[in-house]
Ligand binder design. Structure first.
Ligand SMILES: Nc1ncnc2c1ncn2[C@@H]1O[C@H](COP(=O)(O)OP(=O)(O)O)[C@@H](O)[C@H]1O
Ligand SMILES: O=P(O)(O)O[C@H]1O[C@H](CO)[C@@H](O[C@H]2O[C@H](CO)[C@@H](O)[C@H](O)[C@H]2O)[C@H](O)[C@H]1O
Length: 445
């Protein structure tokens, strides 16, 4: 193993975006692409590593800035190799500036390293300064000050996969459709890299969208309201109405298709697959399997909706509340544990509604697990009802028409969450696990 691969492996294991927990990465360097730096002293290289540690190998994008001296951000130091100090690219202005040049068309992403760019800007624009965001994220986000005074949110995808990333394709369609519910997409970068078996893959490497000023994170807002016993029903109603507006726009600007028997079979297959994965990781779920399966089968026999593009991983952490713009929806990448090819397929809007309903339950679940527990079950029930009322204020009787589907998706999401928590936050497994038990026992909305 080379010095670089060893250093990156040790460092990567500590990163939140490293998706295989509790194991040592087993990395293989697939390719490295060097970008043109503005400063001759630094080298900017984006590496693609295959990690063989998980059952299905994953490819990671690792941009690195190599400096002659140890004068970068200490927290972002990957290590020293070949007489240079290697820093995590997104914390380095040189890397961000080069990425923005590529994404906005100021620099051609030519065939040399097989990158392609796209943007919605009328002219290239440079970044003046940048700051990496911290916090729990699947990817790495950066706030950049643009030369025209605007701010942009730049997202660097860490796990890269072959195919269309809905974070870019959904936002591109919504932006051209004039969405008021999402930030505008400003630019993106698509790249090509070799696959571990000698083939070639292409997919999105980064995107840039406008930064929503003064935005508060939906999860933090909801938790703080719940812990103080503050009424959240008006906000939840608006969030429901906003979700339905978003769905309407998606149906207008992206393909829709009536669900067929094959779609139902595919969806059921996906849900049972998740159930099996979860049961393997958390064996207590096995005893709930028959009850869960009955709900799935009942939904499959019920009337079918028209399928369309949806958010795909909707929860309170995927919405921002901005004073001037109201609720804004972000992160259209879909569930990180789901294969990319599935994530752009037309789906049922009730899947998103179910995701948000689960999130209100998580607010109560997380407060119940505090050192001094807070009972927010009433708060969550009110928020849930207000959200559904808000959705119905725009979408009419859709929730009532497809309530069996909604029940099934709520269970499916909770089953997914059990596996997610087992990998990321085992102490929180009881939140979705008790939700599954409750949903089976009551089947109420
Ligand atoms: N357009 C935006 N304006 C302001 N903040 C944003 C914007 N997009 C994302 N954020 C902030 O960045 C965080 C991570 O973004 P997100 O798209 O959810 O990334 P990830 O794919 O890593 O989950 C969000 O929780 C939010 O706080
Ligand atoms: O935001 P991501 O796309 O990374 O989504 C993943 O992580 C989420 C947690 O950060 C996870 O969401 C679950 O926990 C939330 C509270 O932290 C809660 O609001 C959600 O309802 C719950 O699903 C999400 O499932 C996962 O895909």
């Amino acid at each position: 193993m080379t010095e670089l691969t060893e250093l990156v492996g040790t460092w990567m294991r500590r990163q939140r975006w490293y998706s295989t927990k509790n194991v040592e990465p087993r990395l293989r360097l697939l390719a490295s692409f060097e970008a043109e730096p503005a400063d001759a002293d630094v080298r900017i290289v984006t590496h693609f590593f295959c990690d063989d540690a998980p059952r299905t190998p994953r490819v990671y994008q690792v941009p690195v800035v190599a400096r002659p001296a140890r004068d970068g951000d200490e927290a972002a130091l990957i290590g020293e190799a070949g007489g240079r100090f290697l820093y995590d690219g997104p914390t380095e202005e040189a890397y961000v500036a080069s990425l923005v040049r590529l994404m906005t068309g100021a620099q051609r992403a030519d065939g040399r390293d097989a990158h392609a760019q796209g943007h919605t800007l009328s002219r290239p624009i440079a970044v003046r300064s940048s700051r990496r965001l911290t916090g729990e994220q699947s990817n790495t986000s950066i706030v950049g000050e643009l030369e025209d005074g605007r701010r942009a949110l730049i997202k660097v995808f860490r796990v890269v996969q072959n195919g269309e990333n809905p974070d870019v394709s959904t936002l591109a369609a919504l932006t051209s459709g004039g969405s008021r519910r999402t930030p505008s997409l400003l630019g993106w970068l698509t790249g090509r890299w070799p696959t571990p078996d000698g083939g070639s893959a292409a997919g999105e490497l980064a995107l840039m969208q406008d930064f929503v000023p003064g935005a508060e994170d939906g999860w933090e807002l909801a938790v703080s309201a719940a812990e103080q016993g503050e009424d959240f029903t008006e906000r939840a109603f608006d969030l429901g109405a906003g979700t339905a507006e978003l769905h309407r726009l998606m149906a207008r600007v992206l393909p829709t298709t009536p669900a067929t028997a094959e779609d139902v079979a595919l969806a059921l297959d996906g849900m049972f697959r998740r159930l099996t994965v979860t049961t393997t990781e958390v064996p207590e779920v096995e005893q709930l399997r028959a009850g869960i399966a009955a709900v799935y089968e009942e939904a499959a026999a019920a009337p079918l909706p028209v399928l369309q593009r949806i958010h795909g991983d909707l929860h309170l952490g995927q919405v921002l509340y901005a004073p001037e713009r109201g609720w804004q929806f972000i992160d259209f990448e879909g569930e990180p544990l789901r294969p990319l090819a599935e994530r752009s397929l037309p789906d049922a809007t009730m899947r998103d509604v179910a995701g948000m309903l689960r999130s209100f339950d998580y607010v109560a679940g997380s407060l119940a697990r505090r050192e001094t527990p807070i009972d927010a079950t009433g708060w969550a029930a009110d928020a849930r009802k207000a959200y559904l009322d808000g959705y119905a204020s725009v979408a009419g009787s859709e929730v009532d028409d497809f309530h069996l589907l909604l029940d099934a998706f709520e269970l499916d999401k909770a089953v997914y969450e059990i596996a997610y928590e087992a990998r990321h936050r085992p102490a929180w497994i009881p939140i979705p696990l008790s939700a599954v038990q409750r949903l089976l026992a009551t089947r109420v909305r």
